[in-house]
Design a binder for this molecule. Structure first.
Ligand code: BTN
Length: 325
């Protein structure tokens, strides 16, 4: 933990105030060094009161993403988010993570960007990543899975992110298989799962997520306005991105632990309760192929089980889903 992380952790743990002497002793640095870091944190937008009686008090945190702050909020026990990098601008956080993964970075590392110039979605689509309006991030995972079961990772991420968004905002968030989160029928978040694998084992998975948080209508290109939304538009109030970012990573950490412990079925149950497609007649476009049928359930490996009109059960592991009339 850096000095800033330790200071922010201490200030959050004691909202009534912490003395400079106390901080200096705990961090084994001088009081002058603490003062210098407090000044630096203030310049980053943290409103920290210094009073002779109460010591330092954290009054307000900025809506900007700071790696130290996010790590401080997450605590030391998590795997996801134990290492966080924040970029002001990048091409795609998935590409940044790909380089880190090849350099051997540990699983759980997270890369956020305030804006992306080449954000991408599934099926080669562009992902609009307006500066400081949303959460654009990638997580590195090294799951003990067969490559064909990697859909499980997307499923646990959708489940965890749905729960985090709902608990932070109270909004009714639904899952559209496999990777979209919708509010009142409009897309609020998407997940892009990319992997590097041998024939029978996964080397790593890069889980990219985009969450539309504080966009106004005008932040979306005209073509997206009818199908995309943000938490701010739905709740008619802005949300703190660092607080939401922390909740997303914490819930992902919890569900990823379940996946690793062989408890995917528990997460799948929660997923099924919030998936809008189950029981419905759907059409799935998989490249040039179009399959239609009734979405019946989630398979043990995370595939969607589709009952076709001929009564066959098909396992679908990817594609573009739409409701059939
Ligand atoms: C989709 O719904 O098609 C998936 C969208 C995923 C977007 C995120 S934003 C962070 C990460 N970096 C990218 O280039 N894409 C993902």
């Amino acid at each position: 933990m850096t000095t800033d992380t330790q200071i922010l952790t201490a200030l959050r743990a004691q909202p009534e105030g912490v003395s400079g002497a106390d901080l200096a002793q705990r961090l084994r640095v001088s009081r002058a060094a603490i003062w210098a870091r407090i000044e630096e944190l203030r310049s980053l937008g943290y409103d920290i009161e210094a009073s002779p009686h109460r010591g330092y008090r954290l009054l307000h945190s900025p809506d900007a993403l700071h790696a130290d702050d996010l790590m401080a909020r997450l605590g030391a026990e998590v795997i996801i988010g134990r290492e966080i990098h924040v970029f002001q601008e990048t091409g795609s956080t998935n590409d940044v993570m790909e380089k880190l993964a090849r350099d051997g970075v540990k699983e759980g590392a997270v890369v956020f960007a305030e804006s992306q110039s080449k954000g991408r979605g599934r099926l080669g689509r562009q992902w609009v990543s307006t500066k400081a309006r949303g959460l654009w991030f990638s997580v590195l995972l090294r799951p003990p899975l067969h490559p064909l079961a990697v859909t499980q990772v997307t499923i646990i991420a959708a489940t965890a992110f749905r729960r985090a968004i709902h608990s932070q905002t109270g909004l009714p968030v639904e899952i559209k298989w496999p990777n979209d989160l919708l509010i009142r029928g409009r897309k609020v978040a998407g997940i892009l799962t990319e992997l590097r694998a041998e024939l029978d084992s996964v080397k790593y998975v890069i889980l990219g997520a985009g969450v539309n948080v504080n966009q106004e209508q005008s932040d979306f290109p005209a073509a997206l306005r009818a199908i995309a939304t943000s938490l701010r538009l739905e709740a008619r109030m802005p949300f703190s991105r660092p607080a939401l970012g922390m909740a997303l990573l914490r819930e992902l950490d919890a569900d990823y632990a379940r996946l690793r412990e062989g408890q995917f079925a528990r997460v799948a149950e929660e997923w099924e309760r919030h998936c809008t497609l189950l029981g419905q007649h759907v059409a799935i476009q998989i490249g040039d192929r179009r399959v239609t049928g009734r979405a019946e359930a989630l398979g043990e490996d995370g595939a969607l089980l589709l009952r076709t009109q001929h009564g066959r059960l098909e396992r679908i592991i990817g594609g573009d889903v739409s409701l059939e009339r």
